[in-house]
Design a protein around this ligand. Structure first.
Ligand SMILES: Cc1cc2nc3c(=O)[nH]c(=O)nc-3n(C[C@H](O)[C@H](O)[C@H](O)COP(=O)(O)OP(=O)(O)OC[C@H]3O[C@@H](n4cnc5c(N)ncnc54)[C@H](O)[C@@H]3O)c2cc1C
Length: 384
């Protein structure tokens, strides 16, 4: 496809945020939309490398509300978009092994229940009873929500992109944004490796790279890329089909069923910011040993695959929604490692904002860029 020379809106980044925004904007009748992705395929950034977990279990009201809107959009994705996204409601089981986390869990369950989310609080014994294949003698408390689960990220991106294209969105791959032209405090054009596109509206949906795009426009965006990695095992016949997404919260160690085996990941708390997406083999061994302690049957497992991706971390682990000090330069990024699940509602909210100047479905106006300077941070506890 030839690169267009003008656009009503240019969306930078073809991950879940950019794809969802393209779809929702087109659905609302915006005609001249261009979606730009630097890689050969859409969804190969954080979205395509993520664990696919979707959950209602958060510690802040705003994140729970985003899940309340977003997860049902994934549940009815096939009906709306025509693409199966393989939603498996296996539940998330978060396990606390220290009093501080257990206290936080109690608070979180109360908050979620108050907002209408039916998360259950479990005792340590109940955790052990639910996880007979795991060793959790040190569990103090757990939380479980049966509606949490897993969704295929690539299908979500593919579904949104193709539905958007059918409505006329020009979606380009191998189109890297190299510059943003601003005149008199207003966006004027986007420079790409495939040419210049005149536009007065940009949506920065570049995930872990959103800070770089901000710099091109002279907008300071505090999003830091941090590597996270995981591996999968061969088939393990002992793992039941309904095995939940288990999180050993104190160690940021998680397990979920992937095919007939398991996907296992752990957050390296010593990881320094950077764009490196190679596997850290030494840390992978640490991850495997921690997993083996919790699940001895892994002794018989072999690795089927492994990969690394980038979290897009903000100082308060909440995303950034809305405009910046440069007119026409909007941001939808910084979901801090749990954004895949909020992609559907995020695209819809940015559409509301671009068309009406306000967020109607969920009021996310407090998640603006200015909050960092004005010290209005809202800390999320359930970050893995
Ligand atoms: C290992 C790992 C596990 C995760 N697990 C989960 C999970 O279980 N559940 C969950 O909800 N979230 C999870 N996440 C987080 C989730 O993946 C992200 O929050 C979400 O995918 C962010 O989507 P995005 O569209 O903002 O970013 P991305 O998917 O990274 O999309 C941004 C796109 O912008 C493109 N781009 C960058 N620069 C340019 C440029 N100059 N020009 C053009 N294009 C550009 C990139 O190539 C990329 O495709 C995980 C993340 C990682 C890394």
């Amino acid at each position: 496809m030839d690169t267009p020379t003008t656009a009503d809106i240019v969306i930078i980044g073809g991950g879940v945020m950019g794809a969802s925004a393209a779809y929702h904007l087109a659905k609302c009748g915006i005609k001249n939309i261009v979606l730009l992705e630097k890689e050969e395929f859409f969804g190969t950034g954080a979205t395509g490398r993520c664990a696919g977990g979707v959950r209602y279990q958060f510690s802040t009201e705003i994140n729970v509300k985003l899940s309340i809107e977003s997860l049902p959009m994934l549940e009815c994705f096939k009906e709306e978009i025509g693409q199966n996204v393989d939603y498996r409601q296996c539940g998330y089981l978060l396990v606390a092994t220290n009093e501080k986390d257990a206290d936080a869990f109690r608070y979180n369950v109360e908050l979620q229940n108050r907002l209408g989310v039916q998360t259950q609080l479990l005792s340590g014994d109940e955790v052990c009873a639910r996880l007979p294949l795991m060793k959790f003698e040190d569990a103090i408390a757990g939380t479980f929500n049966p509606k949490d689960g897993l969704v295929d990220p690539n299908s979500v991106v593919a579904g949104y992109v193709s539905a958007a294209q059918k409505m006329g969105v020009k979606a380009l791959t191998r189109a890297e944004v190299t510059g943003v032209r601003v005149g008199g405090g207003q966006v004027e054009a986007v420079e790409t490796t495939q040419g210049v596109i005149q536009t007065r509206m940009i949506l920065n949906a570049a995930g872990p790279w959103a800070g770089q795009i901000g710099q091109m426009a002279g907008v300071e965006i505090p999003i830091v890329p941090i590597r996270r990695q995981m591996f999968t095992t061969n088939a393990l016949k002992e793992i039941p089909e309904d095995f939940p997404f288990v999180i050993d919260f104190g160690r940021s160690l998680y397990f979920h069923r992937e095919g007939e085996g398991l996907l296992i990941g752990m957050s390296n708390q010593k990881e320094k910011p950077g764009f490196d997406q190679n596997i850290d083999e030494e840390f992978e061994m640490e991850n495997f040993e921690a997993a083996l302690e919790r699940m001895p049957l892994l002794e018989r497992a072999s690795r089927a695959s492994h990969w690394a991706g980038l979290y897009e971390v903000t100082p308060d682990a909440h995303p950034i929604f809305g405009e910046s000090n440069v007119k026409g330069f909007a941001i939808c990024a910084g979901f801090s490692g749990h954004g895949f699940m909020h992609g559907p509602i995020a695209g819809k909210l940015m559409t509301e904002y671009i068309l009406d100047g306000k967020f109607s479905t969920v009021d996310v106006s407090m998640l603006d860029l200015a909050r960092f300077e004005e010290e209005r941070l809202i800390k999320e506890y359930n970050v893995v």
